[in-house]
Design a protein around this ligand. Structure first.
Ligand SMILES: *Cc1c(COP(=O)(O)O)cnc(C)c1O
Length: 383
């Protein structure tokens, strides 16, 4: 039987995402073991990589040292749930939102001297203190002060009276490639930036951090005081090149059910654009999932699914809300589970990486693209 099938609400859409919470906590523990003693900032942006922000945050709150989100609103949602875990908003900030960060006790990323001064001014005006991490750009060219100008931000921080500089961080552009030379260059640049504190006999901010999932797996020198796992926490590796050094398992299964069955004859093409037709009589089932749910249309005629322990080809264009699967001359019944991503009850698996291949994208986009109209079901039982 499927994990806790009984907990699935009556009448729920047959298309749903099941998130195995035990796997999430085991993944976090596996990362913790790997980085021995470093703090862990669990990255929960983009609806916790599609796994559902609230439930994942509630489950991981006792296990993580810090949470990371991309935007203010994600952080506010976690505070409104009553969670007390420190939360770093990783993205650039918009000046008018600064008071809301302070009000909700969210840690701000100061990515320029100007931003830092705006944070200082807002905190002073509120008679409050702001907790800040300085962001250094060591080779991503996204946000942050360039490593070669970092001292301007570090010096500006020394002048602030209403800001607690708790952290300083940078982000890798290429830690997931086989060739780590650019990552090592970024790491050297970051270490030079950190030297500022020793040179001036100043204490460094207590949380120096740089490692994303790829660097956790491949680059121990980059772990510093805290690491920032995102995709690895969900049990997926950032790229095929990343060494498999942390024993994690995918936490997400995306399933639907057979809702229609028919026999299709040659000369009768399937779906919009008539891109596929059988060369003999076949059995075709319809599955109520489509690109409106985040099942990419670009996977049309390439994707595969699992039904009754076997892999079958998706055929014809994927529609917004439905798609067709060719089960050859096998049997399937209305209500049968269709596994789109993850494991079936026979131990077969479709990896997120396969969908990424079919869609011409990366596993991150497959996960974050699963639309919120797909209900998330949380299961917890060791398999
Ligand atoms: C998204 C993000 C991460 C996590 O990246 P993964 O590759 O998913 O581990 C870490 N740090 C920053 C700044 C990020 O934006």
């Amino acid at each position: 039987m499927t994990l806790h099938e009984a907990t699935i609400a009556e009448g729920m859409r047959p298309t749903r995402v099941e998130v195995n919470l035990d796997r999430l906590s085991k993944n976090l523990q596996a990362i913790r073991q790997r980085v021995a003693g470093r703090k862990i900032l669990a990255v929960l942006k983009a609806n916790a990589y599609g796994h559902g922000l609230k439930a994942v945050a509630r489950h991981l709150a006792p296990l993580a040292d810090y949470f990371g989100v991309a935007v203010l609103e994600e952080g506010v949602l976690l505070r409104q749930m009553g969670l007390q875990t420190p939360i770093l908003v990783l993205g650039g900030i918009w000046e008018r939102q600064i008071p809301d960060f302070i009000r909700h006790d969210l840690t701000l990323t100061a990515s320029s001297v100007e931003r830092l001064e705006q944070i200082e001014a807002a905190a002073a005006a509120m008679g409050a203190r702001a907790r800040v991490h300085l962001k250094i750009d060591t080779g991503m060219e996204r946000i942050g002060v360039h490593y070669y100008n970092a001292h301007t931000l570090q010096e500006a921080a020394l002048r602030c009276r209403h800001v607690d500089v708790e952290g300083i961080y940078s982000h890798f552009a290429n830690a997931d490639s086989a060739d780590l030379s650019h990552a090592r260059l970024q790491l050297e640049r970051f270490m030079e930036v950190l030297d500022f504190y020793a040179r001036h006999s100043l204490p460094a901010p207590p949380l120096r951090h740089m490692a994303n999932s790829a660097a956790i797996a491949a680059l121990p020198e980059a772990w510093f005081d805290m690491v920032r796992p995102g995709i690895l926490l969900y049990g997926v590796y950032p790229s095929p090149e990343t060494p498999r050094t942390v024993p994690v398992q995918p936490a997400l299964t995306w399933k639907s059910r057979v809702v229609y069955f028919k026999v299709t004859k040659p000369g009768h093409p399937v779906s919009y654009g008539s891109t596929w037709q059988p060369d003999r009589m076949v059995r075709i089932v319809t599955v109520p999932v489509g690109y409106g749910d985040g099942y990419f249309r670009s996977m049309s005629n390439r994707a595969q699914v699992l039904i009754r322990g076997k892999r079958y080809a998706q055929v014809g264009r994927i529609c917004m809300d439905q798609m067709m699967v060719n089960i050859e001359w096998d049997s399937a019944w209305n209500g049968d589970d269709v596994v789109l991503v993850g494991e079936d009850d026979w131990g077969n698996r479709i990896a997120v990486e396969e969908l990424a291949d079919w869609a011409g994208t990366i596993p991150y986009e497959i996960l974050t693209n699963i639309n919120t109209r797909v209900p998330r079901v949380y299961v917890s039982s060791a398999r």
